[in-house]
Design a protein around this ligand. Structure first.
Ligand code: DQA
Length: 151
């Protein structure tokens, strides 16, 4: 079925390093859904709220920064799983703070049940919501939240 209504806007869904390996990467921790499954889930969740989802994944910090900067012109909100950069990147934190778009940080695993170095996030203080440990459904919850708060 096609819809004639204009989309409410675009939600940028960013996946960082190693998340291209979802499906085969440590399935006991991250499950068996692939990155493509995650992106289709996000597109479907966004469409259910009248949004488009623009999905990107990169293993390179600079690409993630460029995507966040570009979102100023193209997106109404951001969902970000920055993978390991969550725990290391002041630059990603500064980018999210600079664009000042509504943003949700997602982690598939419950990082707080894991190694101590995963307990700290540079991003959490500059996003609106953090969803951890809900598996790939966390992306759906993040989009539901943004759709609930955006005009
Ligand atoms: C992750 C958790 C991070 O600690 C890890 O480096 C990842 C994935 C998650 O989705 O659970 O790459 O962000």
């Amino acid at each position: 079925m096609t819809s004639t209504s204009a989309p409410r806007g675009t939600i940028l869904v960013i996946n960082g390093p190693n998340l291209n390996l979802l499906g085969t990467r440590e399935p006991g921790i991250y499950g068996t859904a692939t990155l493509d499954d995650v992106e289709q889930l996000a597109i479907g969740a966004a469409a259910g709220h009248g949004f488009e989802a623009d999905c990107i994944q990169s293993n390179h910090e600079g690409d993630l920064l460029d995507a966040i900067h570009a979102a100023r012109e193209t997106a109404s909100g951001i969902v970000i799983n920055a993978g390991a950069y969550t725990h290391t990147s002041v630059a990603l934190r500064d980018a999210l703070a600079s664009v000042a778009l509504p943003a949700v940080e997602v982690h598939i695993s419950n990082v707080h049940k894991r190694e101590e170095f995963r307990h700290h996030s540079y991003l959490s203080p500059v996003v609106d919501s953090v969803i951890v440990g809900a598996g790939v459904h966390g992306y759906v919850l993040a989009i539901d939240y943004l759709a609930h708060t955006l005009p």
